[in-house]
Design a protein around this ligand. Structure first.
Ligand code: GLV
Length: 331
C-alpha cells in the first residue's frame, strides 16, 4: 500500500472537525469547510487525484466524474440513500460505494412524526398567523385540525426507517398498515404492530400516509395523480423518502384544491428549487431535507462514512459496502 499520508481524499461538504482530524491522521485530506456546493466540474477537478471521496446527497457521482478520477477506490456517501451515485458505473470501474444505514433510522422516524403532527395540527400556519398579529380573540371554531391518536397510519416502504416510524404509533393508539415490495417476516411485522395491505388499499384507507421507500427507477413517481386521487379528503400525506418518489406537480394540485387535508414534506423534486406552487400553500409543512439532522445523528453518519472510507482504503471490507461485487484492494 501507499504511504497513507500520500493517499489523497476529498470530503465534499462541511463536516465535523473531529472527523476531519481523524482522517487527517491517515490521509492527505482536501476539505470543503467553506461548504459551497461543488458544481460537477469543480467536483471532478478536486477529486481527480483522490483515492477516496466522502460525498453528500447532492453530489452526483456520474460516469463522467468517475472517468475524471482514475485513482478512485471508494465513494463513501454520507447518507443512507445512494440515488446520487451511479452504482453500476462504480462497480464497473472497481470503485466501492458505501452508505450510512442504521445510524439515522430513529432520527428520521422522529422527523416523520414531527411532520405528521405539524401538518395535522396546523402548527406552522397558526404560528405564522399569530406572529402576523391576527390573534385578536380566542376562537372555539378556529384552527381545527385532524387527530393523530386512534387514526390509521399507512406506511409505504417498511425498511428500517418505515419500521421505526411504525413502532412509534402504539403510543398514540393507532392502527398501522403498510405496503412493501414483499410482506415483512411475521416477527418483524409483530414487533412494529403493522398489518400488510395492498398499495391501493393503503392509499384509500390510511388517515396518514407516510412514504419511506428508497428512490430509484422503480419508485420514480410512485405517487402520481392516480395515487393521490385515492387518498381520503381528510388524509395527511408525508414524504421523508426522496424527491422524485412523488410527482410534486400532482401533489401541489391536490393540496391547492383542498382534496386532502395537508402534507408534511422533507424532500422534493429538483431540490433545492421547489415547485413554486408549494410556497403558496398553507396546508403543507415544508422542511429542507433535514430528517436526519440531529447533531448526534449527523455525527454518527459522518463517523460511519469515515470508517467506511478508511476500511476501503486500507484494503478491508467497509462496514456498509453497497456493491460487494467490488473486492477491497490496496493501492
Ligand atoms: C438522507 O436523505 C439520507 O439518505 O441519508
Amino acid at each position: 500500500m501507499n504511504d497513507v499520508a500520500s493517499v489523497r481524499v476529498l470530503v465534499t461538504r462541511r463536516t465535523f472537525d473531529e472527523v476531519l482530524e481523524r482522517l487527517r491522521r491517515r490521509f492527505d485530506v482536501d476539505d470543503n469547510q467553506g461548504d459551497q456546493p461543488l458544481a460537477p466540474d469543480r467536483l471532478a477537478a478536486r477529486a481527480a487525484s483522490c483515492e477516496g471521496i466522502i460525498t453528500a446527497v447532492a453530489d452526483p457521482v456520474t460516469p463522467a466524474l468517475l472517468d475524471a478520477c482514475p485513482k478512485l477506490r471508494v465513494v463513501a456517501n454520507c447518507a443512507v440513500g445512494t440515488n446520487n451515485v451511479d452504482i453500476p458505473a462504480c462497480t464497473e470501474r472497481g470503485v466501492m460505494v458505501t452508505n450510512t444505514p442504521g445510524v439515522l433510522d430513529d432520527t428520521t422516524a422522529d422527523h416523520a412524526w414531527a411532520l405528521m403532527f405539524a401538518a395535522a395540527r396546523r402548527v406552522v400556519p397558526s404560528d405564522r398567523w399569530l406572529r402576523d398579529g391576527h390573534w385578536k380573540a380566542w376562537g372555539f371554531m378556529d384552527w381545527h385540525g385532524v387527530d393523530v391518536h386512534h387514526a390509521t397510519l399507512g406506511i409505504i416502504g417498511m425498511g428500517r426507517i418505515g419500521r421505526a416510524i411504525a413502532r412509534r404509533a402504539s403510543g398514540f393508539d393507532m392502527r398501522v398498515i403498510y405496503h412493501n415490495r414483499r410482506p415483512l417476516p411475521d416477527d418483524q411485522a409483530m414487533a412494529c404492530g403493522a398489518a400488510y395491505v395492498g398499495f391501493d388499499e393503503l392509499l384509500s384507507t390510511a388517515d396518514f400516509v407516510v412514504v419511506a421507500v428508497p428512490y430509484g427507477p422503480t419508485t420514480h413517481h410512485l405517487i402520481r395523480a392516480r395515487e393521490l386521487s385515492l387518498l381520503k379528503p381528510s388524509a395527511v400525506f408525508v414524504n421523508i423518502a426522496r424527491g422524485g418518489v412523488v410527482d410534486d406537480a400532482a401533489l401541489v394540485d391536490v393540496l391547492a384544491g383542498g382534496r386532502i387535508a395537508a402534507a408534511g414534506l422533507d424532500v422534493f423534486e429538483n431540490e433545492p428549487t421547489l415547485h413554486p406552487g408549494f410556497l403558496a400553500l398553507d396546508n403543507a409543512v415544508l422542511t429542507p431535507h433535514i430528517a436526519s439532522a440531529s447533531r448526534a445523528t449527523r455525527l454518527g453518519m459522518a463517523e460511519l462514512a469515515a470508517r467506511n472510507l478508511v476500511a476501503a482504503l486500507e484494503g478491508v471490507r467497509p462496514p456498509s459496502l453497497v456493491n460487494p461485487e467490488v473486492v477491497p484492494r490496496t493501492a
